[in-house]
Design a protein around this ligand. Sequence first.
Ligand SMILES: [Zn+2]
Ligand SMILES: [Zn+2]
Length: 822
Amino acid sequence: MAEPFPKDYDPRTVEPKWQEFWEREGIYRFDWEDRERPVFSIDTPPPYPSGDFHMGNVLNWTYFDVVARYKRMRGYNVLFPQGWDCHGLPTEVRVEQKHGITKTEVSPEEFRRLCMEFVEENIEAMKKAIRRLGYSIDWSLEYKTMDPDYWRRTQLSFVLLYKKGYIYRAQHPVNWCPRCGTAIADAEVEYATRVDKLYFVRFPLADRPGEHLSIATTRPELIPACVAVAVHPDDERYQAYVGKELLVPFVDRRVRIFADEMVDPEFGTGVVMICTYGDKEDVRFVARHGLPVIACIGEDGRMTERAGKYAGLTIEEAREAIVRDLEAEGLLVKVEPITHEVGTCWRCHTPVEILVREQWFMRVRDLTDKVVKKALEEIRWFPDYMKWRLVEWARSLDWDWVISRQRVFATPIPAWYCARCGHVIVAEPEWLPVDPKKEPPRLDACPRCGCREFKPETDVLDTWFDSSITCAVHAGWPDRPDWRRFFPADLHPSGYDIIRTWAYYLMVRHLALFDEVPFKACLINGMVLGTDGRMMHKSYGNYVPATEPIERYGADATRWWAIAGGTTGSDVPFRWEEVRHGWRFLRKLWNAARFTYLQLEGFGPGESKPELQLLDRWLLSKLARTVQVATEALEECRFNTALMAIRDFTWHVFCDHYIEAVKHRLYNPELHGRESRRAAQHTLYTALYSIVRLLAPFCPHIAEELYQRIFRPFEGHKSVHIAPWPEPPEGFPDSEAEKAGDLVVTVIGAVRREKAKRRLPLNAPLEAILVFAPESWQAEAIRACEADVLGTCKARRLEVSVGEGEGEEVRGYPGLRISIKP
Ligand SMILES: [Zn+2]
Ligand SMILES: [Zn+2]
């Protein structure tokens, strides 16, 4: 206790000091060998290294850091790793932009090098932000999915799933982004509302010269890929035409008119063309009726040979050209505006095409029943209703997961093909990690035809294929023989926007690989909204970088916003007011702690327990309830309920009432006795030490600073973050003490209000306070606290009578009246 206690709290110096201390002392180090403490493992999301740790990340990380810290104090051995999800389109697109190139303009090796360089820089920037916010990560467990050692795990999971029959290669329509030049999964298609044009086009009837049907389409450029036309079976306008044939304009092709329930007779003319492929409905239709596939759009987003004279044009160019030609031929009836949903690439927002290409798939639909059952029966969700997002997504899927991508910066698919017979050779586990483009398979010859030449698979894996094995990887799979001890993860945190990707893919991967759920509980956070109530986004002009509140008010106040801003799972608006409120609270706490520290001189918490007075018992009872409420709330991830309970107790009970009411006992031991001072000291010590520990998961820096200054010499734990979580003080709560104490502090408040009303200064001496109490317990309670009432109100005399009398009625106590004599 030698260091002076500064008057003001300065997070700028305090926060970095403890961040260094925690790391230096290994406070958050996971102990793999510990067999005593129970394990609590967190499936930390490996973020995409964008370079920017934004307010959404702050919200997310603060949630699970609170859990990690709480569990550590509850005696758990907490596994809290941090990885980086390096691969994938976002990185490639950013590198292409940064260097003004496309992936095909430099060699794959060079492109990969540029990507890795970009990722490393961004990781450094984000790591700095994560450290600056004081998250209790064990950095010895850091990993990057682009490292060959992580490849090995991703590839091993691929090989094992292939051997189990969960992975297959097939020709199947896939969502395709022509700009990114790759297949993408259903989960990566975003729907945007757009205003487009609806073209009404005449298709001549094949055997009835001069007659035609009009179809309506938003995609006239797909006319060369038209393989059928359909009407609703009940649509009387067209029943006579079903089974007849139409001539497709510009291509020499007859197509049949089908009757099919899927056609909406209200849309356009009620006649639609089926193209390969305009949308998923087309895919279903073509499969149902066994129609041919005519791919008139290529992987690069240009028209193919099959588009005839439009070959080589971009989609947009082809649309314009075809519309011009339709008009010239007199086949364009009219054009109307239409508002509709268009599927676009999540990354670059280019409209997605549906192409057929040989791809690798994971057989996820076979797992749907299992996913649904486990999600509902074995996993706890915070908040509970979020489970339906996963269940509904799993049930809605009509295609398997396409896991191959036609990109560069990703984990290679560990496979080759026989150059002669095309036989697929998938790597054996002991060949991993492997880049098939650089190494041949470890086989002398093709097992099917004996050929000695192989072609590498050049496709790579979807990034989600890397990150959807984290629960097993964090546990040490496949290297630790005892990895199952740390699996499934106890907590999987996620934003509600990625339940359909991350939570879903984790489920299918771990269920298929290990026949076990990846996590026991799922903690969902909402999105961060800007001050204008819209999603916080750079392009909306409502963006606040996380560094701003941290620099102005510190990490603890920024974390305060994340917790106080809303309930778990709800969207949280960013409000400076909330950050400032946190900051004001921390200052209040600092002042109260400084007061306590100065008053504890000569006090030893180990000494015999002093005789407590009524207000001491009142405070400890309120403290006991606060501990109960906060603990219950934290067990259910209701962080904001816990924090508000801690705030209300600290601010409004401890600071506003208790400290004020015991100052005179602390200042004047000669008047009230040493024992009464010791009772106040004991109560201050107990309450503040509990407050500091209750607050430690939320505002770890100030908690550590106060702990080290005031409590460590007595308590001995190296850090507050490994001190035990507070228990209600022994013998509390005590309802009687609480009831009586509530009355006494209300009476003190009423006296102070009377002083204010008479324009007397708060410290003005009073000759007497007169109280008339209708009930005898009230009189007893007030008399029992005579010294505290007189001392706090600076009065010489207290007269308490039972019965009716004159004076101001005290709020909340009908018939109880007070008056003061200056
Ligand atoms: Zn794209
Ligand atoms: Zn072969």
